[in-house]
Design a protein around this ligand. Structure first.
Ligand SMILES: N[C@@H](CCC(=O)N[C@@H](CS)C(=O)NCC(=O)O)C(=O)O
Ligand code: FES
Length: 157
């Protein structure tokens, strides 16, 4: 399992924009109807690029708050993802992120996994990829797994 590490809080108050009260729908322009603000899009761009493996989840890796997020963390742990190459964002701490990431990824649910800034999928996809070997292949190709120990342990001098 992942070692305890700070969960970045990129979505601080500084990244949020205050919005005026929403107008009634018939007066909304196409621009206004877009839910994902430019500020949030660029905050998510940064989050996605903040580590080679990024999971948007409910709760933290140490204390997931939903079974789907827990299962995703367990899969990444079983795969041997290097904690140094992993970061998680807790969407329960920021409702704007929780909604924004869905629009950003065009994926309606949490968790969401990104590898090297590419959206991989949610929990069901991770389970399938874990079972059919494609997740291991992807993570190995991207060099995000803990390096294998040489067989036989340390050699004598
Ligand atoms: N089938 C989904 C399961 C995840 C899911 O259904 N997530 C729900 C419940 S945790 C969700 O994110 N709903 C929207 C929300 O809570 O904002 C997957 O493969 O990831
Ligand atoms: S929080 Fe209820 S299913 Fe995820």
């Amino acid at each position: 399992m992942f070692a305890r590490r700070a969960i970045p809080s990129a979505f601080s108050a500084a990244t949020r924009v205050s919005r005026p009260l929403a107008p009634t729908p018939r007066f909304l322009t196409q621009m206004q109807m877009r839910m994902l603000s430019d500020d949030m899009r660029s905050a998510i761009d940064k989050a996605v690029a903040s580590a080679p493996v990024v999971l948007f989840m409910k709760g933290t890796p140490e204390t997931p708050q939903c079974g789907f997020s827990r299962a995703s963390i367990q899969i990444l742990g079983m795969q041997g993802v290097d904690p140094e190459k992993f970061t998680a964002f807790n969407v329960l701490e920021d409702n704007e992120l929780r909604q924004g990431i869905k629009e950003y990824s065009e994926w309606p649910t949490i968790p969401q996994l990104y590898v090297e800034k590419e959206f991989v999928g949610g929990c069901d996809i991770l389970v399938t990829m874990h079972q059919d070997g494609t997740l291991e292949k992807l993570l190995a190709e991207k060099k995000v797994l803990v390096p294998a120990q040489p067989e036989g342990g340390e050699t004598k001098a």
